[in-house]
Design a protein around this ligand. Structure first.
Ligand SMILES: Nc1ncnc2c1ncn2[C@@H]1O[C@H](COP(=O)(O)OP(=O)(O)OP(=O)(O)O)[C@@H](O)[C@H]1O
Ligand SMILES: [Mg+2]
Length: 367
């Protein structure tokens, strides 16, 4: 799929912008702080319903305006779809698909498949477990909207349970209520664990081939789900019972600490190369390469699951890679529509002889 055009009104530093895109390569070039990432962000916003840089919707509205508007048309294998987002500083955001208002934000997911690749993604392996869990949650939600609702629900239940735990010292009678929340935590949490394991299993079908290619056959890579509940993947069918048991066993400690000690909110994604845990033992270069492979494997997965290539947004990624990896990256994305930002004309050398649009950005305008 590809995005054919976009219209922005009072979005960040763009008071008004209309762009038509190339179905394959789109290069957004310009000095720092001119609005390159803002375009990437607006495309992401249109597909996902929120910014990748902030959770506060109002931040993307132009400082001097009350409202902001994004519109774009997405071309699929079987037709075209118009998406619109209206933002207001003091009203709820409105999302429309072909002119029809969507009731819930989750309904937008899957209407345009977008894979964003930013310098933060390259740090994923060495960062903390929270970033890796967020990564899993974001990517799975894009493919499976129910998962997104599951995460929201789980976080609500968890917050409730933690609230009760903190108050139990004063009110021991709350223990019965906790048991009720435990049931729900296990129900929703087990589905999350299951989806994450299943997702990584599928990624493992793609990632090694990609990784061997990038490392010139030097490394084999494998992804693991590190659960604080399940010791091995064979236990997956008993997941609910084991979760319940651990939760009950840990309740004493949970009450003492005022937080829930076990569950998918404590899990992690582990990446091994040649049998070695890259987070602990990998060099910076190995970690970044593995992160690159991880992202590219998602591209391939969506391609196969959805039957269409997703739209790829590469924000400032080229400058983070050496020339060999820049080349491999560009080669492996050649089937998808891609948006590539760079501050330097140097990178244009990768795209000579290729069909493309180049947008030169200066101070919120295309020049
Ligand atoms: N809500 C807003 N209203 C108006 N301007 C904004 C708003 N939010 C951010 N900006 C401005 O947008 C400008 C461009 O931001 P952007 O992140 O797109 O730059 P960039 O071209 O990607 O730069 P870099 O090369 O450093 O990544 C910034 O200078 C910022 O001050
Ligand atoms: Mg930028």
């Amino acid at each position: 799929m590809y995005i054919e055009n976009i219209k922005l009104l009072n979005y960040r530093n763009y008071s008004q912008l209309n762009l038509s895109f190339h179905p394959k390569i789109n290069i957004i070039i310009g000095p720092n702080a001119q609005g390159k990432t803002n375009i990437i962000e607006a495309i992401y916003y249109l597909g996902i319903g929120k910014s990748h840089r902030t959770n506060k919707d109002r931040e993307v509205i132009n400082w001097d305006s009350e409202n902001s508007y994004i519109k774009g048309s997405i071309v699929h294998n079987n037709g075209k779809r118009i998406l619109e987002i209206g933002l207001s500083k003091n009203k709820k955001k409105i999302i429309k698909n072909n002119g029809v208002v969507l009731e819930k934000m989750g309904e937008l997911l899957g209407k345009a498949n977008i894979v964003l690749f930013s310098p933060e993604d390259l740090k994923l392996i060495k960062e903390g477990p929270i970033e890796r869990r967020n990564f899993l949650d974001r990517e799975i939600s894009n493919i499976k909207p129910q998962y997104y609702y599951g995460i929201i629900k789980y976080n609500k239940i968890l917050a409730q349970r933690n609230y009760l735990l903190k108050n139990m010292v004063k009110q021991p009678s709350l223990e019965d209520t906790i048991s009720l929340w435990d049931e729900q935590l296990v129900e929703v949490g087990s589905r999350i664990i299951h989806s994450r394991i299943y997702f990584l299993k599928k990624l493992n079908n793609y990632i090694n081939k990609i990784h061997r290619e990038i490392t010139d056959d030097l490394e084999d890579i494998e992804l693991f789900y590190q659960s604080n509940i399940l010791k091995s993947q064979e236990e997956l069918k008993d997941i609910k019972n084991i979760f319940k048991e651990k939760l009950t066993k840990g309740r004493g400690l949970d009450i003492k600490r005022g937080v829930t000690g076990v569950g998918p909110h404590r899990d992690d994604l582990k990446v091994n190369a040649n049998g070695i845990d890259l987070r602990i033992f990998g060099s910076q270069g190995q970690q970044r390469t593995a992160a690159l492979s991880l992202k590219l494997s998602i591209l391939e997965l969506i391609n196969n699951e959805v039957g269409e290539t997703p739209i790829l947004l590469l924000d400032d990624v080229l400058s983070e890679l050496d020339e060999m990896r820049q080349k491999k990256l560009i080669k492996s994305i050649s089937n998808a529509q891609s948006f590539i930002t760079c501050a330097d004309e140097n990178y244009l050398k990768h795209f000579v002889n290729k069909e493309k649009n180049i947008f030169s950005i200066k101070n919120g305008q295309v020049v």
